[in-house]
Design a protein around this ligand. Structure first.
Ligand SMILES: C[S@@+](CC[C@H](N)C(=O)[O-])C[C@H]1O[C@@H](n2cnc3c(N)ncnc32)[C@H](O)[C@@H]1O
Length: 349
């Protein structure tokens, strides 16, 4: 058996046998208490209790304006986010959840009829497969409008293949929106192989700079941080093992677009129409781009493309084009956090 297979088996055992509910987790790395937006909280209220009890995510990777969208949830677990999305995409949208752990999928599938009856339509499917090779779950090229994932990519022993597969599965202009655990440095091998730390989403946490390089290597040269919170481990033994490493739960947005590796200035501006139902006053693209409705905001070429070549296009007017280049664009910095457990900003644009 290869190291890759051993690693996957250890994760399958952790999520299939060791954990029976979120109460069994040994740290707060999964299940960080981020408050979801109101429309997500409302949809969560309709999800079956057994599904919610097996939630091991670390954020709320559900972007706005999801009606009629075709979504892929990688490492869907017991299906909590899939059943939330089912309601948001509606009868004309669809949700495919992919996971490799039979026990997790069994809980997700057990409640399919319950949710179909409650929502009045059945638009969710759960498929067994590996995120490093989505063909194992019969996911075809350019089939998803949006790919989400909640606390899964850190667990992958082959993250390059996993991100490569995401961009294969996304349609052109499609959006990757995921929450995961990141570290402020590369994880040393003794921490990385510890089965509990790995299972608890810490051992495989991505070091931001390596993540940025990795995702650029699969074709995505500009990723945006939407939200970032410090992870409190709250377990003295595991804190001792991880030492000075700081962990963060981060929600990331990226698009399948041909973007530049720096923010370049073409003199463009974006105006948000205020037409996204969940965001009538302002749309936050990331942690330092807030578009207040009806106000023109100067943007770099990449931001202009994200807003005009994706499913956000009907909600924005872009002023100007790329015919004249004015040099590098200062994309600004995320706000300095003031809340107790928030982290120092990462500049990612
Ligand atoms: C931390 S749990 C998160 C589950 C779910 N996203 C949630 O929010 O409750 C990680 C899930 O990813 C699945 N998983 C981990 N590595 C995987 C891989 N390489 N391929 C497919 N599924 C994987 C596990 O089986 C587990 O269900």
């Amino acid at each position: 058996m290869t190291q890759h297979q051993r690693s996957l088996e250890s994760i399958q055992r952790y999520y299939g046998e060791v954990l029976q509910s979120s109460d069994d987790l040994q740290t707060s790395a999964c299940c960080i208490g981020a408050t979801p937006p109101r429309h997500v909280a409302d949809a969560l209220g309709h999800v079956h209790d057994e599904v919610k009890a097996r939630f091991y995510g670390c954020g709320s990777p559900i972007p706005p304006t999801m009606k009629d969208v075709h979504v892929l949830d990688l490492g869907c677990g017991a299906g909590r986010d899939c059943y939330v999305l089912s309601q948001l995409v509606g009868a004309n949208g669809s949700v495919i959840g992919v996971d490799m752990t039979k026990e997790q999928l069994a809980v997700a599938r057990k409640h399919r009829d319950y949710h179909a009856k409650k929502f009045g339509f059945a638009n969710v499917e759960f498929r067994e497969g590996f995120i490093e090779d989505l063909r194992t779950a019969r996911i075809s090229d350019e089939s998803a409008d949006v790919v989400i994932s909640n606390c899964v990519l850190n667990l992958s022993p082959d993250k390059t293949s996993a991100f490569g597969e995401i961009f294969r599965a996304l349609k052109k202009g499609g959006e990757l929106y995921f929450s995961d655990v990141f570290a402020d440095r590369r994880i040393p091998p003794d921490v990385a192989i510890d089965p509990v730390l790995r299972g608890e989403c810490l051992g495989g946490a991505l070091y931001w700079e390596d993540f940025r390089r990795l995702i650029a290597a699969v074709g995505c040269r500009d990723v945006r941080t939407v939200e970032r919170r410090r992870v409190a481990i709250n377990n003295p033994d595991l804190e001792h093992k991880t030492g000075l490493i700081e962990f963060y739960s981060v929600t990331i947005r990226a698009f399948k677009l041909d973007l530049e590796d720096r923010c370049e200035d073409y003199g463009q501006a974006a105006v948000y129409n205020g037409t996204i139902p969940e965001a009538p006053n302002a749309f936050d693209l990331d942690d330092h781009h807030r578009f207040v409705a009806h106000k023109a905001v100067p943007v770099c070429g990449n931001t202009a493309d994200m807003l005009s070549l994706s499913r956000y296009a009907p909600h924005f007017e872009i002023i100007g084009d790329k015919s004249i280049h004015f040099g590098l664009f200062d994309c600004g910095s995320p706000p300095t956090p003031t809340v107790g457990n928030a982290a120092a900003p990462i500049k990612c644009c």
